[in-house]
Ligand binder design. Structure first.
Ligand code: FES
Length: 152
């Protein structure tokens, strides 16, 4: 097992699969994403096949398997958000940041992802920034948000 995760995993009883989500959350909080070495370590520690861990983690939008930007944008592509204009949000972010979904800006500040329903459809169209939800987004609000983050 990767020594990198031994101390973290030791906080949880071994072989207890119900601890998978809290462990993934803790690793993501620490690293900003779930490294492949972490998946292997968790698989061994909880006795769960790595493919099952990927399957569970990809069900939740909050988990990522690669490093994102300092500010990670997730635009909801669920039906409710698409009906209310999430495509315009994604297009505006792509234009402002000059990246496509799955990419990160050259300076490492921003990354963009197009994700399934974020679970707050009544607030459509929804944008998540580092896991924080922003409701009823418009291209204007997105532009103001990017300008504000760039000035920090
Ligand atoms: S469709 Fe976007 S939050 Fe559900």
């Amino acid at each position: 097992m990767s020594v990198e995760f031994v101390d973290l995993l030791k906080k949880y009883p071994t072989g207890r699969r119900e601890n998978l989500i809290p462990i993934l959350q803790e690793i993501q909080d620490l690293h900003g994403f779930i490294p492949e070495t972490a998946v292997s370590a968790i698989a061994e520690y909880l006795d769960i096949p790595a493919v099952k861990i990927f399957s569970v983690a990809t069900f939740y939008n909050e988990f990522r398997f690669n490093a994102g930007g300092k500010y990670h944008f997730q635009v909801c592509q669920g039906i409710g958000c698409q009906v209310d204009g999430s495509e315009r949000i994604r297009t505006e972010l792509g234009r402002l940041l000059e990246i496509s979904p799955g990419e990160i800006t050259a300076d490492g500040w921003f990354s963009l992802e197009w994700v399934p329903c974020l679970g707050v459809c009544q607030e459509a169209p929804v944008l998540s920034v580092n896991g924080e939800m922003y409701a009823k987004m418009t291209p204007v609000k997105v532009k103001q948000m990017v300008e504000k983050l760039r000035s920090l």
